[in-house]
Design a protein around this ligand. Structure first.
Ligand code: ZN
Ligand code: ZN
Length: 370
């Protein structure tokens, strides 16, 4: 009987793997470092939006529907993306105004250069506005935007309903998708990222090998991986994570992740610092939404070749509102000026090409267990 169950399990898994790998096989070739392929043949899809510079309300341009899809994806347009037109209509203008407010840009409702420069930045795949409600700048009352208070008011946000891990779950475990076959060096980056948060709140995070029993499950995936939030390859969306108590943290396996060395001196323009993104996504796992404070780790975007791993006061205030203070936390933060800081020095090293296979396996798992 046990044998039958085992055989069925293998069969089901094989079926899943075969169908998924046929649909989602990444285009990078095992044995060739993916960053070389990316560098040679790909540019981030959002770069195409720069051609809309100066486009005004009322104009019609091919591709504006794609820009509306972008705004829809991040919560700025509520209508269904299926029938977006190529017109610069009121809906797009309204989305632009809200976006500009959230990112502290001049609220022009136009596709000016500073706005486009922000739009094309790599960023977190989580929406800024969830179900039409936002706690970033645009969701706050106008009294928050007086010049007097603008820089002193907290801008952190929570998911709708402010979900958090319950009080009987203060010691959380995290595991890594086995198929990714991550090295200890990569796992240590997440350990460090978790410590940024456990330093300020009374929660602990412990690595476990029991991935499927872990409170927090971390995996790198390629493209569509079964949760309705497909990754898009190089840059664009980098990662996403779910609100408590889901515990799912997904990263785009096709990024050129920097795992050691000084990311700011990386030769590759699309190099992304893994720890910076991990710290941000763990914030989501704990219940934080996006912040309009550019120095906060919960700011939605991060430029490539940038390191930002130290919590800002805005991040700390937000997460402590959910969980209280860590008694050992002395109330100071080293966030200021840390965005370009590198802690290890030396030549940056990339996550290797063995990922090509890892991602394929990951997708197989993903469709099953997400
Ligand atoms: Zn995010
Ligand atoms: Zn996902």
């Amino acid at each position: 009987m046990k044998f039958q169950v085992f055989v069925i399990t293998i069969w089901v898994f094989s079926l899943s793997f075969a169908s998924v790998s046929a649909r989602f096989l990444p285009n990078n070739i095992t044995g060739i470092p993916p960053w070389i392929l990316h560098n040679a043949t790909k540019t981030a899809a959002w770069e195409a939006f720069t051609r809309f510079a100066g486009c005004r309300p009322g104009e019609r341009r091919d591709g504006l529907s794609k820009l509306k899809q972008y705004f829809s994806y991040f919560g700025y347009i509520l209508n269904s993306p299926s029938n977006f037109t190529e017109d610069f209509d009121d809906e797009l203008e309204k989305a632009l105004r809200t976006y500009q407010q959230n990112f502290n840009l001049n609220v022009t409702g136009e596709l000016d250069d500073p706005t486009l420069e922000h739009i094309v930045r790599p960023r977190c795949g989580n929406a800024d506005i969830i179900n039409g409600t936002t706690s970033m700048n645009s969701g706050r009352s106008s009294s928050f935007h007086t010049t007097e208070h603008f820089h002193t008011t907290a801008h952190y946000s929570f998911f709708p309903g402010a979900p958090r891990w319950p009080s009987n779950q203060r010691d959380l475990t995290y595991g890594f998708l086995p198929a990714n076959e991550l090295t200890d060096e990569v796992k240590a980056i997440f350990t460090s990222a978790f410590q940024k948060w456990s330093a300020v709140i009374p929660l602990t995070f412990t690595q476990t090998d029991s991935y499927f029993l872990a409170d927090i499950r971390i995996g790198f995936y390629g493209g569509d991986h079964g949760d309705g939030e497909p990754f898009d390859g190089i840059l664009g969306t980098l990662a996403h994570a779910f609100s408590p108590t889901s515990g799912r943290l997904h990263l785009d396996g096709e990024e050129n992740w920097i795992v050691s060395g000084d990311v700011t001196t990386a030769s590759l323009p699309s190099a992304v610092d893994l720890e910076s993104v991990a710290v941000h996504e763990i914030g989501h796992l704990l219940g934080l939404g996006h912040s309009s404070v550019e120095d906060a780790v919960m700011y939605p975007s991060i430029s490539s070749r940038t390191k930002k791993v130290e919590l800002a006061n805005d991040d700390i205030e937000g997460v402590q509102l959910l969980y209280g203070n860590n008694p050992d936390f002395n109330g100071t933060t080293t966030n200021s000026g840390s965005r370009e800081r590198d802690t290890s020095g030396g030549v940056p090293s990339y996550l290797g090409s063995r990922w090509g296979l890892g991602v394929v396996f990951a997708v197989g798992f993903g469709s099953f267990f997400l």
